[in-house]
Each structure stands twice: as structure tokens, then as C-alpha cells.
Design a protein around this ligand. Structure first.
Ligand SMILES: Cc1cc2nc3c(=O)[nH]c(=O)nc-3n(C[C@H](O)[C@H](O)[C@H](O)COP(=O)(O)OP(=O)(O)OC[C@H]3O[C@@H](n4cnc5c(N)ncnc54)[C@H](O)[C@@H]3O)c2cc1C
Length: 357
């Protein structure tokens, strides 16, 4: 029996790779012309803070090889456009790894596609299938559950590597903007969590603030854009069909980092499929606490905006060397998060009425 998977993103391809490596016949249907076509060369962060182990070890455990460009982020400047703090991360614990998304050589998507083909997966491009036709649905964000929008550019530059995280409500209302440069390749984006019609203006404002901070030559700019979706009432299974990645609403409401959880859910779905485990139960136990933690994280983030994010950019502790796992406290559904959850959920449901919380 062939296992049919809808969507050739990180979630779908991870499931496909693991099923094929276990000897199953797997067919992936992708509505676009190639893997990664949802994106246009964006630099994204494969976060290294939400798990107990380094994300690269986590990928290896899930049978995913690093056959794509993957640059550790070891220094981050956080600024509101006026003040700034610089954080350094140890070589073996980068904050995240910068990966390219899209159909271009060296991208995460092309790397996963190559691994899937090598494992014997058939991939049918330009073919959409419905949820009912799929055993695993990995179709990415659902338009009704959008909480964030992103607009930016990718470009070539002679500027040295630099990573800047900008928190400024003119440039990115309740969200953030970022400038990432690695090996002469740059990405400058703004992410809004509200006031979506302001996206174009916000992007121009972000560009201006970055230009004032960094003398930057931008060559051959190409537009990138996208949305993120989220739920804590996740649809992990309907009938025999399993849902993974953003199609299941698995995302990070705090900042929108969904690659790692997409891969994890694809792996878990394949594992449950192969070993007759109850995916809905396993996935709920694994993801729901993390999702709730990111909801509390967003609630708090929106509170600390006062005084133009001074709390975040002011380095009163004078501690500039951090471990990426320091951030893991925010992503853990611990005592304080559990205590705050009811009010955070109530507040976030009012803020984001379209989300299923
Ligand atoms: C601009 C932007 C920046 C981001 N930055 C980061 C970041 O820095 N770090 C991070 O971790 N995450 C980031 N994310 C989120 C991350 O990209 C997603 O969470 C992740 O790609 C989700 O993987 P997925 O496999 O669930 O879905 P996707 O990657 O969206 O893949 C789904 C695939 O399914 C296909 N498809 C859809 N419908 C059908 C159908 N009916 N039949 C067949 N195929 C179909 C789509 O074409 C697509 O290829 C960002 C998102 C955006 C939009």
C-alpha cells in the first residue's frame, strides 16, 4: 500500500524520508512546481533553544542529514533603533542555524528533497491532493488561522556577517524586524502581529533603521513574504489521516519559528504510523505544552513593549554571553507559565479572534 503525503515542506518530507527508510512505498504530492517554492530564498533560523539537545543532533536522531547550507548564528545584536545589546553564543550552542528556504541550491527544502528521493520517495510536483486523499497532511499554514505576516528582501552584499534583531513598533508592530547576513547573502524582513495594512510602511521603516545602523550595499534584491498560523486546539488526526507541521497548527505564537516543530511532527507521525502508536495522543502530549508556553510568551512579550522595548535592549545585567538554552525557559510550560496561562489565553483570544485557542 502506498502512503500518500500532501505537501513537500519540512514536515511532509521528514515523514516521507522516515517511512521510506523503513521500507514503505511513499508518494508525496506537492501543489507547487518544486520543493521550497512557497519561499523565495529567505534566510530562516533553525532554532536551537526549544529542545534539550542541539537541534542538529535532534535532526540526526530523526534521520535527517545536514546536506544543506546551515550556518551557526553566534552573535546577535538586539536593538530598538536607539539602544542595543550584543549577545554572544558558544560555538557548540549557537542561538540558531541560518538556513535558506526555497527552490535554490543549498536550501533546506532542496536538501530534504534530495534525501527523500535517495530514500525512494516518489514526489509528484504540480499536483495538489485533498486532505481526504492523503494519509498525512503536511500542507502548511491555514489561511483562517493567520497570526503574523512577513515582508522583506533577500540580496547579495559585500558586508561581513551580521545579525540584528530589531524591536520597534514603527518598524514591526508587536513583532520584530531582522537583518541577517551570512557569507555575502542577506535577508531583511519585518514581521507584524497586528495592523497588517501597515506592512509596506513598516518594511520601509525597518529598511531605514537598518540603513542608519549599518552601511549596507544591497545588490540584486528579491522580494520575500509569507504568513504564520497557530492553534492550541490542534487537528492532529481526522479519521485515519494524520496532520503535521503548520497544517496541524503547530507553530510558535511568540516569534513564528516553526521549522523544528514541523520536522519533529513529521518524524513523530512516521514513527506512530510504523509502530502502531496513537499519533494524536503522542503529538498532543509533545506539542501542546510547548504551544501553550509560546502563547504565554506572546502575552508577556506584548506587555513588555512599554517604553519602547527598553527592558529587552537594555543590558543592565552586563551579561553579553548567553546560552541558547537560556531561552528554553520561555518555551517550557513550567510553573509560572501554567499560572499565567488562563489569563494569557483569554487575552490572546481577544487579540487574535481568528485563532483556535
Ligand atoms: C516569511 C517567513 C519566515 C519564517 N521564518 C522562520 C524562521 O526563521 N524559523 C522557523 O523555524 N520558522 C520560520 N517560519 C515558519 C516556517 O517556515 C514554517 O513553520 C515551516 O515551513 C512549516 O513547515 P510545513 O512543512 O508545516 O509547511 P510548509 O513549509 O508550508 O510546506 C507545506 C507545503 O505543502 C504544499 N501544499 C499546500 N497545499 C497542498 C495540497 N493541497 N496538496 C499538495 N501540496 C500542498 C505547499 O506548496 C508547501 O510546499 C517562517 C515563515 C515565514 C512565512
Amino acid at each position: 500500500m502506498t502512503i500518500n503525503i500532501a505537501g513537500a515542506g519540512p514536515a511532509g518530507l521528514t515523514a516521507a524520508i522516515n517511512l521510506a527508510l523503513a521500507g514503505r512505498d511513499v508518494a508525496v504530492y506537492e501543489k507547487r512546481a518544486d520543493a521550497g517554492k512557497r519561499f523565495h530564498g529567505d534566510l530562516q533560523g533553525l532554532e536551537n533553544w526549544s529542545g534539550d539537545t542541539n537541534v542538529i543532533h535532534d535532526l540526526e536522531r530523526m534521520n535527517i542529514k545536514v546536506n544543506f547550507d546551515c550556518d551557526p548564528l553566534l552573535q546577535l545584536i538586539t536593538t530598538n533603533g536607539v539602544q542595543q545589546r550584543v549577545s554572544h553564543y558558544p560555538d557548540d550552542e549557537p542561538l540558531c542555524y541560518l538556513v535558506k528556504r526555497g527552490a535554490l541550491p543549498g536550501s533546506l527544502d532542496q536538501g530534504l528533497k534530495a534525501q527523500a528521493l535517495a530514500a525512494g520517495v516518489q514526489i509528484h510536483f504540480n499536483q495538489a491532493i485533498s486532505d481526504e486523499e492523503a494519509d498525512i497532511v503536511a500542507t502548511g499554514p491555514r489561511s483562517k488561522e493567520v497570526f503574523a505576516v512577513d515582508k522583506g528582501i533577500v540580496f547579495e552584499t559585500s558586508h561581513e556577517d551580521i545579525n540584528i534583531f530589531l524591536v520597534n513598533d514603527d518598524a514591526a508592530y508587536k513583532g520584530y524586524a531582522y537583518l541577517l547576513i551570512t557569507n555575502g547573502y542577506g535577508c531583511l524582513c519585518t514581521v507584524l502581529f497586528e495592523q497588517f495594512p501597515r506592512l509596506d510602511d513598516s518594511f520601509e521603516k525597518s529598511k531605514q533603521i537598518f540603513a542608519d545602523l549599518v552601511p549596507l550595499d544591497i545588490r540584486n534584491p528579491r522580494a520575500v513574504a509569507g504568513v504564520g498560523c497557530f492553534s492550541t486546539k490542534n487537528l492532529f488526526q481526522q479519521g485515519q489521516t494524520l496532520y503535521v507541521g503548520e497544517a496541524a497548527g503547530i507553530q510558535d505564537l511568540l516569534w513564528g519559528f516553526g521549522i523544528r516543530t514541523a520536522v519533529q511532527s513529521g518524524y513523530l507521525a512516521a514513527d506512530c504510523f510504523l509502530n502502531g502508536r496513537d499519533y494524536a495522543q503522542v503529538a498532543a502530549a509533545f506539542f501542546r505544552p510547548k504551544l501553550k508556553a509560546t502563547l504565554v510568551g506572546r502575552f508577556l512579550w506584548e506587555l513588555v513593549r512599554f517604553k519602547d522595548y527598553a527592558l529587552i535592549v537594555n543590558d543592565r545585567s552586563n551579561r553579553t554571553t548567553l546560552k541558547s538554552f537560556d531561552l528554553s525557559n520561555i518555551y517550557r510550560f513550567g510553573f509560572w507559565q501554567k499560572l499565567l496561562y488562563p489569563i494569557a489565553r483569554w487575552s490572546m483570544q481577544r487579540r487574535y479572534p481568528n485563532l483556535k485557542l
